[in-house]
Design a binder for this molecule. Structure first.
Ligand code: F6P
Length: 330
C-alpha cells in the first residue's frame, strides 16, 4: 500500500438496481487511475462482517457495465443493523486499512453508512434504487431502467386488455413512493394512476369514473397502481363487482429490478462513480453524491438526511389532465 494513496472499498446494499455494475466499474477504474487500491465487498455490509473483501483490478470490472444486478451481490444485513454491528464493521475496516467506503444503495443503506462514519470510516454514498425515493437527488441509479421495463410491460398489457375489452390493474414497485407509478402513468397513458402520496382512497369515486369511462366508449382501461397503495388483486375484484367490467390484476414485481441498464443508468452511474473517487481525492468526508439541476453534486450526509421529497405537483396535475377519461361533471 505504501506507493498508493490508500484503500477504497465499495459495496452494494439493499435492493439491487440496474446500473450498479457501471458504478462499481467507475469507482474501480477511477480509483486505480488516481492511485488508490480498490476493494470490492461481497454481499453488502454482511461482506465486511464476514470479511468477504477482494481486491479489484482494472480487468475485474470488464464486461460488467452491460449487465443488470450487481456482481458484488447485495443484502439487507440484520447483523450490521445494531450499533455493535457497525462498530465491528468499522474495526474490520481499520484493521484492513480501508479508509474510504463507497456505498451504493438507498435510504436504508445510507442510514447504516451514516452511523459507520461516526466510527471513523469515510463514507461516500451513491444513490442506487429503482424507487427514486431519495430526497437529496433527482436521479437514482436504476430508476430509468425500471421505468422502461415497467412501461414496456404495460404497453403489452394494454394490447391484451384492449383485445378483451378489459380493465387492467397493474401494480408497479416503489415501496412507499409513487415515482415509478407516476412515470408509467404518464408514459403509458394510463386512465388512472394511484399513488400513495396522492390517492384519497375514495374507491367509490374510482369505480364511478371507470364506469363513466366505459359509458363514454373506452373499451379497455389501464389503472397503474403503486406498490404503496397495493392490494391490486383485491382491487381488481372490487372493480369488476362494482362496474361489471371484466378486470384483471398484474403485479409486475421483481422483474422491474432486472434487465440491461439503459444508457442513462450506465452513464450517470459511471459519472457518479468517478465523482465519488474525485471527492475522496479532494479529502471530502461523509458525503452523498447526487444529481440536481442537471449536474452531479455532493452533499453532507447529515444535511441529506434532513431533506424531504414529494411528488411534483405540476407533474401530477399534468398526469391527471392527460389521463384519458371524461370528467364526472361533464
Ligand atoms: O427498494 C427497491 C424495492 O424493489 C422496492 O420497490 C420494493 O418495495 C422492495 O425493494 C422489494 O424488496 P425485496 O427485494 O426485499 O422483496
Amino acid at each position: 500500500m505504501s506507493n498508493t494513496k490508500g484503500r477504497i472499498a465499495i459495496l452494494t446494499s439493499g435492493g439491487d438496481a440496474p446500473g450498479m455494475n457501471a458504478a462499481i466499474r467507475a469507482v474501480v477504474r477511477a480509483g486505480i487511475a488516481k492511485n488508490y487500491e480498490v476493494y470490492g465487498v461481497v454481499h453488502g455490509y454482511n461482506g465486511i462482517l464476514n470479511r468477504e473483501i477482494k481486491k479489484l483490478d482494472f480487468k475485474d470490472v470488464s464486461e460488467k457495465i452491460q449487465h443488470g444486478g450487481t456482481f458484488l451481490f447485495t443484502a439487507r444485513s440484520s447483523e450490521f443493523r445494531p450499533m455493535e454491528g457497525k462498530m465491528k464493521a468499522a474495526e474490520i475496516c481499520h484493521e484492513l486499512g480501508i479508509e474510504h467506503l463507497v456505498v451504493i444503495g438507498g435510504d436504508g443503506s445510507f442510514t447504516g453508512a451514516k452511523n459507520l462514519s461516526k466510527f471513523g470510516v469515510n463514507i461516500i454514498g451513491l444513490p442506487g434504487t429503482i424507487d427514486l425515493d431519495i430526497a437529496y437527488t433527482e436521479y437514482t441509479i436504476g430508476f430509468d431502467t425500471a421505468v422502461n421495463t415497467a412501461m414496456e410491460a404495460i404497453d403489452k398489457l394494454r394490447e391484451t386488455s384492449n383485445s378483451h375489452d378489459r380493465c387492467s390493474v397493474v401494480e408497479v414497485m416503489g415501496r412507499s413512493a409513487g415515482y415509478i407509478a407516476l412515470w408509467c402513468g404518464i408514459a403509458n397513458g394510463a386512465e388512472e394512476i394511484l399513488l400513495p402520496e396522492k390517492f384519497d382512497y375514495d374507491y367509490e369515486r374510482l369505480f364511478a369514473q371507470i364506469k363513466r369511462n366505459k359509458e363514454a366508449g373506452m373499451t379497455h382501461q389501464i389503472i397503474v397502481n403503486a406498490e404503496g397503495v397495493g392490494h391490486s388483486y383485491e382491487l381488481a375484484e372490487r372493480i369488476e363487482a362494482a362496474t361489471g367490467i371484466e378486470t384483471r390484476a398484474t403485479v409486475l414485481g421483481h422483474v422491474q429490478r432486472g434487465g440491461t441498464p439503459t444508457a442513462r443508468d450506465r452513464y450517470y452511474a459511471s459519472i457518479m462513480g468517478a465523482y465519488a473517487v474525485d471527492i475522496i481525492d479532494q479529502g471530502k468526508k461523509s458525503r452523498l453524491v447526487g444529481y440536481k439541476n442537471g449536474k452531479v453534486y455532493d452533499v453532507d450526509i447529515m444535511e441529506a438526511f434532513a431533506m424531504t421529497k414529494s411528488i411534483d405537483e405540476y407533474e401530477y396535475t399534468v398526469a391527471e389532465t392527460l389521463a384519458n377519461r371524461p370528467s364526472l361533471d361533464s
